[in-house]
Design a protein around this ligand. Structure first.
Ligand code: G3P
Length: 218
């Protein structure tokens, strides 16, 4: 499984890449606006220049023609940009057309196996089931990830990668890995939480204290 960062925060992206474990970034209009970025193109280009892998940038218009035109524009911004298209009927048409033009699509806002199936058939490179938002409404978001992974494994023509999104806490990452998700996209805070363990901290402290007591270091 690969880890992407789910953020538009440049410092967090730089730090995540420095840790050597982040191989992509996903953004959405909410994340971009949260950081106060005004120039969408400039920020996407900057993120693409930092990250050694795919960077998802979402279309922010409606209607097939407008989405297609914007997607084609965004695709010229960087060689590693991936276009996020919503899992709607219009989105399906746009995804199919972009796939024919060899433009990579991350089909986003996926909440059902049927949406994932159609997205894969349309030629999406990634499909993003939103785990946390399903949990929010009393469904088991990770069950959907499992279902998509299981069904895609059964058929050679379903080669779309499953990108577990709307990850809220470290247990989501554990479950995404167990479910066989190809990628989990995580907020920076969750990335740090994944590496944290109190027994590691206690162990480090004890080793250093013991070392100081024999070596005489203060
Ligand atoms: O990866 C999608 C993500 O940005 C949405 O997360 O927490 O707003 O559901 P959330």
């Amino acid at each position: 499984m690969r880890i992407f960062l789910d953020t538009a925060n440049i410092d967090q992206i730089k730090q995540g890449v420095k840790l050597g474990v982040v191989s992509g970034v996903t953004t959405n209009p909410t994340l971009v606006s949260k950081e106060g970025h005004k120039d969408y193109k400039a920020v996407v280009k900057e993120i693409c220049s930092i990250v050694p892998g795919p960077v998802s940038a979402e279309v922010v218009v409606e209607g097939t023609q407008a989405m297609l035109e914007q997607a084609r524009q965004i695709a010229t911004w960087a060689s590693n940009v991936v276009i996020k298209i919503p899992s709607t009927v219009d989105g399906l048409e746009v995804t199919s057309q972009l796939a024919r033009e060899n433009i990579k699509v991350n089909m986003t806002l996926c909440f059902s196996l049927n949406q994932a199936l159609l997205g894969a058939l349309a030629g999406a490179t990634y499909i993003s089931p939103f785990v946390g938002r399903l949990d929010d409404v009393g469904h088991d978001g990770m069950e959907l990830v499992k279902d998509i992974v299981d069904v895609f494994k059964k058929y050679d023509n379903l080669t779309t990668e499953v990108l577990a999104a709307s990850i809220r806490h470290p247990l989501h990452c554990v479950s995404a890995a167990k479910a066989g998700a190809h990628i989990a996209t995580v907020p920076y805070k969750v990335l740090l939480q994944m590496m944290k363990h109190p027994l590691t901290d206690i162990g480090v402290e004890r080793f250093l204290a013991d070392w100081k007591s024999v070596s005489g270091d203060k």
